[in-house]
Write a protein that binds this ligand. Sequence first.
Ligand SMILES: CC(C)(COP(=O)(O)OP(=O)(O)OC[C@H]1O[C@@H](n2cnc3c(N)ncnc32)[C@H](O)[C@@H]1OP(=O)(O)O)[C@@H](O)C(=O)NCCC(=O)NCCS
Length: 178
Amino acid sequence: MIDRIDQGPFFSVEALKEDDIELLDATLRWWMSEEGRVKEEEVRETKERMRTSISDIHDDVYIVARDRTGGPPAGVMGCGCLDTRFYPYRSSTGAKAAGLLTAFIAPDYRGRGLGKVLIIEVFHKAGASGCREVIWSSNPRYRETAWEFYTAMAGEPIGTIDGFFFTGSLSPVWRKSL
Ligand SMILES: CC(C)(COP(=O)(O)OP(=O)(O)OC[C@H]1O[C@@H](n2cnc3c(N)ncnc32)[C@H](O)[C@@H]1OP(=O)(O)O)[C@@H](O)C(=O)NCCC(=O)NCCS
């Protein structure tokens, strides 16, 4: 299946491939760390979820921004089944909604519009699969690196969620109507 949209001369956005998963390792490890320590379990689980999305019949879809000159993907995002803990945040009971998965741009590529391109494509894919909205939160560790981006992409958070990431965590919930 051809799954590509062109992003000018430098980048393409494509479905994640098996080879991309290890190529994304450095980006995952860079962002999934706290106080200099990589959250190994999170990295492992994320890669496993990516692998499953490719190998099985699965609702998860991951896309990557690929630098046409080669090298590892410059960024990755995905969407999949909505975690049941977000059900109360749907616009109406029974509204079909997707969750946003891993959203990481490699440090050198941040701020060039790739995140916007990827999230718009994720919204498009979720809409094409019959969802009316995408709902997500973000670990407090990404407060400075992502929360304003999400608000720019989806508007002010519709609420907060307690304890989603760890005991006592409080994080915004964004909802994007499609
Ligand atoms: C969050 C992230 C995915 C955004 O991707 P990006 O490529 O850097 O963002 P873009 O360049 O596409 O920015 C899109 C818009 O959001 C705005 N924006 C992005 N990051 C912002 C920030 N930290 N503060 C304020 N605005 C921001 C941009 O100004 C831009 O606005 P415009 O459309 O008016 O030009 C990326 O920066 C990233 O990987 N961050 C670190 C990891 C992380 O925190 N991931 C989220 C995990 S939940």
